[in-house]
Design a protein around this ligand. Structure first.
Ligand code: SER
Length: 582
């Protein structure tokens, strides 16, 4: 049977032979993009190109993108939701459009993955006040051989795609458009009337699985709320690799795809059935592995908090099943996932030990919290255990039950709803659309970050490498490898060197070049594997040279002057510097 790794490979080759350049997966942590926590779709790193900025690899691109979506974390445990997934993606940046896209995807599914065409259903946009009904796509599907009764029309909730959802929710500047989805029908799964009297492709009963989405991204939301046609018509296709594999196996359970097989074996002696808990553990440990590989450490904020929650939820579900994730199980699980993925993502092999250590440390911390939390049972509101101690609901109920204390479900539900409403409001700010902030001030900070990186290397040595970067309108934050605390003298030297380069008013230049050549010439790159074979290189005279997506100031004097106001340790040989423009 075809493996998931083969499907990935076939997809890349299929589109390569139709003129697409294979581009690498961007990092899971978006670089210099404070508007969003994680890369959650293949198009996210390409937003600027979809809006018109030329891409160095041309107008036809294809890749397999690592993604994390945590909005659905509570859904994980059924047979098709995961937090981490790989999205196969192909893009036309103002090149081909509906005709080619739909025909190629259909050919890929039926010829390369050998899906039976009888099991395929499609959906198209039914139109709304500002965008017409997509009769063109429906016509193309018919020509391809999909019968009329398998073509469904839906409105903006189902057949419109933007990162923020329906047009009304899109912030100004965000691109989006109508889409056409393909669904696979698992005829062996009976319709569950709980989800409605009639089954249809978007029914949630599990009979249908969405396996691909072609977005015709041709609109941009304007400040006055209207939708304006983009200068170029784009295709943004995304399809979940595991879902496609599930369709190829004709088994709706994506936890039965090969990515999970050996990890599942590790747990088989501990947790026998295909329970929700088992799937949660598998999903969360895999996501934690990829996050730690991307440089995230557990903490109480943002990305670190998500990672902490994933590890703790996995541990808690293991405890419910009387399985202790320590005792070597984390090592075995991580090793199984590393084996499965390291050909595609080689950094996993290098970081394996750190990943295991980081998860085990967090488990130790969780156990301590658990002891403290257990003492609170019956003496504090159950919701405190959820919110402050990070216990999943099932664990709280289980603790309560084992100790014969009554669990007040209504009180818990009420508090949970209030908490979810609050966090939804808060997270809106986090998902402004994934548009990189291109304001004047953040552009200045971006160039200042390159100057800081070069200055640190000059003052401290060439072992200094970027380990992270975050820019807001108020400051820059830069993480880098260095074993010791910086002395005051060193901080002053770094700051003076940056300000000297600013005073010299050096032009910032951009050239497109072969990545290999750029690296050989000493260009720095935070994640070299992120960049396509031909990439943009930004230079600041002979002082700094980096592979980078931009944007940057034209000349260094535009920055003003830089003040370093904080330097601290991030542990394990990594330091963090904060600086602001004064
Ligand atoms: N951006 C679309 C999605 O995430 C298609 O790639 O579904």
């Amino acid at each position: 049977m075809i493996s998931a790794n083969e499907i990935r490979q076939k997809y890349l080759k299929f589109f390569e032979s139709r003129g697409h350049k294979i581009i690498p997966s961007a990092p899971l942590i978006p670089e210099n993009d404070p508007t969003t926590l994680f890369t959650s779709s293949g198009m996210q790193p390409l937003v600027l190109n979809l809006l018109g900025q030329p891409h160095p690899s041309g107008t036809r691109l294809v890749n397999s993108q690592k993604c994390i979506r945590t909005q659905d974390i509570e859904e994980v445990g059924d047979n098709r939701h995961t937090t981490f997934f790989e999205m196969l993606g192909n893009w036309s940046l103002g090149d081909y459009f509906k005709e080619e896209q739909l025909a190629w995807f259909y050919e890929f599914l039926t010829s390369e993955v050998s899906l039976s065409k009888d099991r395929l259903y499609v959906s198209v946009f039914e139109g709304d006040v500002s965008v017409p009904r997509d009769d063109e796509s429906a016509g193309i599907w018919k020509k391809l051989g999909i019968s009329e009764n398998k073509i469904f029309h839906y409105g903006v909730k189902k057949n419109w795609w933007s990162r923020s959802g329906v047009p009304d929710l899109m912030p100004a500047g965000e691109p989006g458009g109508p889409d056409s989805e393909v669904f696979y029908e698992f005829t062996e799964v009976p319709h569950d009337p709980k989800f409605g009297s009639e089954c249809h492709p978007n029914c949630e009963c599990g009979r249908f699985l969405e396996i691909g989405n072609s977005v015709f991204m041709q609109y941009q939301k304007q400040a006055d709320g209207s939708l304006k046609e983009l200068p170029q018509k784009n295709v943004d296709f995304g399809g979940g690799l595991e879902r496609l594999t599930a369709a190829a196996y004709n088994d709706p359970d994506i936890f039965k795809t090969d990515f999970f097989i050996s990890a599942k074996k590790v747990l088989e002696d501990e947790i026998i059935d295909d329970s929700r808990g088992l799937r949660i553990i598998l999903d969360h440990i895999r996501a934690a592995m990829f996050l730690i590989d991307s440089g995230v450490a557990p903490s109480n904020k943002d990305k670190g908090y998500v990672l902490r929650r994933l590890i703790r939820r996995a541990a808690a579900h293991a405890k419910i099943a009387n399985c202790d994730l320590e005792n070597g199980i984390v090592t075995l699980l991580t090793s199984a996932f590393v084996n499965e993925y390291s050909n595609t993502y080689p950094t996993l092999l290098k970081n394996k030990k750190d990943i295991i250590d980081e998860i085990e440390n967090e488990l130790t911390k969780f156990n301590k919290t658990l002891e403290a939390g257990i003492k609170l049972l019956g003496n504090a509101p159950s919701f405190d255990l959820y919110q402050s101690y990070g216990f999943p609901r099932e664990v709280i109920e289980d603790l309560y039950e084992k100790r014969n204390i009554e669990f007040d479900e209504n009180e818990f539900e009420a508090e949970l709803k209030e908490h979810q409403d609050l966090s939804r409001t808060a997270s809106k700010g986090m998902f402004k659309g994934g548009l990189q902030d291109r304001s004047e001030i953040t552009t200045k900070y971006h160039t200042a970050t390159h100057l800081l990186h070069a200055a640190l290397r000059q003052v401290l040595g060439d072992h200094v490498h970027q380990a992270g970067s975050n820019i807001t309108a108020e400051r820059l934050r830069f993480d880098f490898s260095h074993p010791d605390k910086l002395t005051n003298q060193q901080i002053i030297q770094v700051e003076e060197l940056i300000n000297q380069k600013i005073a010299e008013d050096i032009p910032v230049t951009k050239v497109e070049m072969q990545k290999k050549q750029a690296l050989a010439e000493g260009a720095l790159a935070f994640f070299p594997e992120k960049y396509p074979d031909i990439a943009n290189v930004y230079s600041i005279g002979g002082f700094s040279k980096e592979l980078c997506g931009g944007p940057h100031v034209n000349s260094t004097a535009e920055i003003g002057s830089i003040k370093i106001f904080k330097e601290e340790s991030l542990g394990s040989g990594t330091r963090r510097i904060y600086a602001r423009i004064v």
